[in-house]
Design a protein around this ligand. Structure first.
Ligand code: ADE
Length: 261
């Protein structure tokens, strides 16, 4: 997949894509991240990319023209790969607190696309007319305000990059993620089995794969019930899951502090 990012801080975005799982995905050619600076498409000696807010008020708004040119250049870019022609659909996604909240479902949809263009705003934002004419979708990573869209773009690139086929060493890992089936992930443990902070749950050492899978499912259901009941409301649980959750709730009520942080 190819991700073009329109940003006043291209080095930041490029660096974010240089580490860990995403860095390896880039090295292996599973993911291309190309940053575009609107300043390179701005006029005049000052290469101005922003101006004051019409109607008055604090801050600056990003100009239409440099962004229009930058988006056109990004759309035209082919990467030199025959399989990534410029005519492949590349939705323009604007990262902003006004966008729809990003979810794992949305991440999965975007991860399946061949291309996308991420637009990062700074200052008070971007001239609304540019958004109306060029942006296909506006996404927010949460109900808080960042000083620009770059961190949000980095979050999106990470979430999408790790879902590219072959990006994760163990193909199981993505399937077991939190949210992959609408539930939170179960707790995980490693050695030592016994520590001053406590013991690894005995079932995980039993070698009984069915019992381990059952315990993990129960923990996933229970954690979701405790921490994100809103997620459970949207799910139609199978009867077996309902039973596991009831069992978790019974145990939790007998021992509330053990499971709840
Ligand atoms: N830009 C500023 N705040 C943001 C947010 N919460 N999500 C996405 N982009 C942003």
């Amino acid at each position: 997949m190819r991700v073009d990012v329109v940003t006043l801080f291209p080095e930041f975005v490029q660096q974010c894509a240089g580490f860990g799982v995403i860095g390896r995905a880039v090295e292996r050619g599973l993911l291309d991240v190309v940053a575009w600076n609107p300043r390179d498409h701005a006029d005049g000696g000052y290469r101005r990319v922003d101006d004051t807010v019409c109607g008055g008020g604090p801050g600056m708004v990003m100009l239409i023209e440099p962004l229009r040119r930058t988006l056109a250049a990004a759309r035209q870019a082919t990467n030199g790969h025959a399989e990534q022609p410029a005519d492949q659909p590349a939705p323009v996604i604007y990262l902003s607190p006004q966008g729809a909240r990003l979810t794992q479902d949305k991440v999965r949809q975007l991860a399946a696309l061949p291309r996308m263009i991420l637009l990062c705003g700074r200052y008070e934002g971007i001239d609304e007319r540019l958004i109306e004419h060029e942006v296909d979708e506006e996404l927010s990573i949460g109900d808080y305000v960042l000083s620009g869209g770059e961190l949000a773009a980095a979050v999106l690139i990470d979430a999408i990059g790790r879902l590219q086929e072959g990006a994760l060493g163990d193909t199981q890992s993505a399937a077991q993620d939190s949210f992959s089936d609408g539930l939170l992930d179960c707790p995980h443990y490693t050695r030592p089995v016994s520590d001053e902070y406590g013991e690894v749950p005995a079932v995980l050492l039993s070698g009984d794969h069915a019992a381990i899978a059952r315990w993990r499912r129960m923990q996933s259901l229970g954690r979701t019930w405790l921490r994100r009941p809103d997620l459970l409301e949207g799910l139609a649980l199978a009867v077996s899951d309902q039973r596991l959750l009831e069992e978790f709730i019974r145990e939790h009520k007998g021992n509330p502090h053990e499971q709840d942080h």
